[in-house]
Design a protein around this ligand. Structure first.
Ligand code: AMP
Length: 236
């Protein structure tokens, strides 16, 4: 399906722990924690697909497919798309391009999805669940300024990281705009849903010894170093 692999897989990194062994990682965190950015970097570093269910849904909405039409109402309101639709998408990826490892971004979002993922992967396991830790105050600042390329999904911030030409993507020249679900009301609802449905996954995965919590405040390059160290540590 188009749109979920928002980073082009690069060559598998030489000299990283377990090089040659496919990496299977989940990136968890609040909206605006930097999941997309950090997942794309891990994808490039390890040469595995970046599977973003949010990107997959946005691509489906743009294409006007039946899936996109169903998902749009939930997305615009800041609500979760029903589990069966999301799980179906992920199952498709994991039986296709994700068989040799993956970085999952935006999935799972609740315990039912996490359980479905474990069932899909069995007998294989995850290497790590990277929990990007950042304050609500910081994510509110980031989300208010977030702008996204409508063509390639590259992310900007009007304050901290604006595109070189206002409203135009540095990467592909596409139109850079605010996401429909980055309104104040939808952001509030999404953060509430994160706390009630997604945050419990941290404990769920911690019981399996998989959680690596990373300080996600600060510049993306510095966060990326901490994320890589966490994944490498988990694979040793
Ligand atoms: P994201 O880009 O990850 O913030 O996702 C954008 C929107 O897509 C979310 O607010 C949900 O409406 C929907 N979505 C993405 N991933 C999931 C998921 N795993 N479960 C349910 N809805 C999802």
């Amino acid at each position: 399906m188009d749109g979920a692999s928002s980073a082009t897989p690069g060559p598998a990194a030489a000299g990283v722990a377990g090089a040659g062994v496919p990496v299977r990682v989940i990136v968890l965190g609040k909206q605006g924690a930097g999941k997309g950015t950090q997942a794309a970097r891990l994808s490039e570093r390890y040469g595995v697909p970046h599977i973003s269910t949010g990107d997959a849904f946005r691509a489906a909405v743009r294409s006007g497919s039946a899936l996109g039409v169903k998902a749009k109402t939930y997305m615009d309101a800041g609500e979760l798309v029903p589990d069966d639709l999301v799980i179906g998408i992920v199952r498709e990826y994991l039986s296709g391009e994700g068989t040799g490892g993956f970085v999952l971004d935006g999935f799972p979002r609740n315990v039912a999805q996490a359980q479905a993922l474990s069932d899909m992967l069995a007998p294989e396991h995850l290497d790590a669940v990277v929990n990007l830790d950042v304050s609500t105050e910081e994510v509110l600042h980031r989300l208010a300024g977030r702008r996204v390329c409508q063509s390639c999904g590259a992310t900007y911030n009007v304050v901290d990281n604006p595109p070189q030409v206002a409203g135009r993507c540095d990467v592909c020249g596409g139109v850079v705009a605010q996401r429909a679900d980055d309104t104040e009301e939808a952001i509030r609802l999404r953060l509430e849903i994160y706390e009630s449905a997604t945050a419990p996954l941290i404990d769920w995965y911690a019981k399996q010894g998989l959680v690596a919590t990373v300080d996600a405040a600060g510049p993306p390059d510095e966060v990326a170093e901490r994320v890589l160290a966490a994944v490498e540590g988990a694979r040793r």
